[in-house]
Design a protein around this ligand. Sequence first.
Ligand code: 5GP
Length: 195
Amino acid sequence: MKSQPIHPDFDRVLLNEKEIETICKELGAKLNKEYAGKVPTILAVLKGVTPFLTDLSKEFTFYCDYEYVASSSYHGGVVTSNWVEIYLWPRLTLRNKDVLIVEDIVDSGLTIQKIKQKALSEGAKSVKVVTLLDKPEGRKTKFVPDYIGKTIPKLFVVGYGMDFDEKYRNIPYVGVLKPSMINMNPKDYPWKKGE
Ligand code: 5GP
């Protein structure tokens, strides 16, 4: 895989492409054991999960269905709020399904807890959570993901699906933005030029 030079808005890389590939292989092997002989419904949490979902899924040796859920708690900023809204949910019932929730990052745990509770209240047979990143220091609940790619400190990260003002989702690695970028007046963001 060809690596890109670090993006000029980034301060540093936290998880490079090779490390992400290794994590996906390791998590995939564990999930293949968990779901051997089962046909789980993958419940992918949009939008940040898309690159991770794609790479992780390539490792699966079991049959599975895909459904998508969307929720919001960050509202484009760098700090989570206590208010979680689920605004997209599968039309088909999750009753009697083994559900695997796939998430990019767990911070307060409020989003994933709400999604898990909703799946259980629909009568899911089992609900497990796999996340690429976990920030346990940010937790506002007792939630612990079943499968974790990497535990990181309480940092705001972007790239590999994760955004800042909906940007940087396309960056193939996970990193931390320069403070000058985070603290910039929104009207000066490079993508606002010409508006
Ligand atoms: P929680 O409800 O656990 O606080 O937050 C979950 C959601 O907040 C994640 O799905 C993700 O969209 C967003 N989030 C949490 N931490 C970060 C972060 O460090 N960077 C970005 N870009 N989003 C985050």
